[in-house]
Design a protein around this ligand. Sequence first.
Ligand SMILES: [Zn+2]
Ligand SMILES: [Zn+2]
Length: 345
Amino acid sequence: MRAAVLRIYNADLSLESVPYPVCEADGVVLKVLACGICRSDWHGWVGEHPRVKPGQIQGHEYCGEVVEAGPLAKWQVGDRLVAPFILACGACPDCQSGNQNICKTQRLPGFVEPGAFAEYVSVPFAHNLARLPETLSPVVAAGLGCRVTTAWHALTGRAAVQAGEWVAVHGTGGIGLSVLLLARALGARVVVVDVVAEKLTHALGLGAEAAIDAREGDVAARIIEITGGGAHVSVEALGIEATTNASIECLRPLGRHVQVGMPVGHTAHMQINMNAVYMKNLALFGTRGMPSWRYPSLLEMITRGAVDMTPLIAREVRLSDASAELRAFNGPTSPGVAVISDFSG
Ligand SMILES: [Zn+2]
Ligand SMILES: [Zn+2]
């Protein structure tokens, strides 16, 4: 089968013919219908992700059609499924308590095992998969990727955002946009921050009440002014020091900071304003992924029309375009997510 393989960091992925994947007993093999391209892939592509090594087939935001099902998998050939990027074992105490996203034996196609920048992908622990609603296109479903699931869990499973609260979003890439759309659907008021004027305009068109260009001075002070005392919840969606501090400092007393951006490589250790955390009695949440049992609540909200996720998708591309899309993350990006929907070349 055709796959785009990471051979050399920061260089074009190598389009190769690789062996068809092996189906595991509790897993399925999916014919990939669509796969999102994500900043997490970029972290791997540049060599900053601790687990992504040369030889990796990346791609962790996929949906597809079952072409082979293991004897212990509950799915059947022809089922159309969407996967969370964390595949949890389902049996350990963390999984049993509903926290599958912290499962210690989790499997990670696209980071450790072969991912979905390929025509087919093997998915172990297939109980994590959810049926793709008929009204949801595979491209949008793949575009939900890690960003919408992570955003959903950050807002509802971690920060417990309430209607009427102010949510600040630092960084309006895929995950920031997801936070904006979902927070609006939950009845929250949203202020976004970015350094790309086009993205700020895009966010205003999607329901943000205010949009701040971070190049124009003190972000936190302006958010405190706009929100009449500070945001109740602030989401850092980039994983760097400046935005993390702006996120913490823009909160009102008792506010909740959620670290959604992935601090890796040179940003793994940051200088954080812990005095603001102390003085304002803030709560800091880390979050990564979403327990797979929460998929139905998210998909139901989308299919009943409470939130439209199509604005997330910027463009459909071919497998051979993945390298250019990864390279684009080297600089400021335009709004929305690229999704591979053509795996023929
Ligand atoms: Zn587990
Ligand atoms: Zn992702």
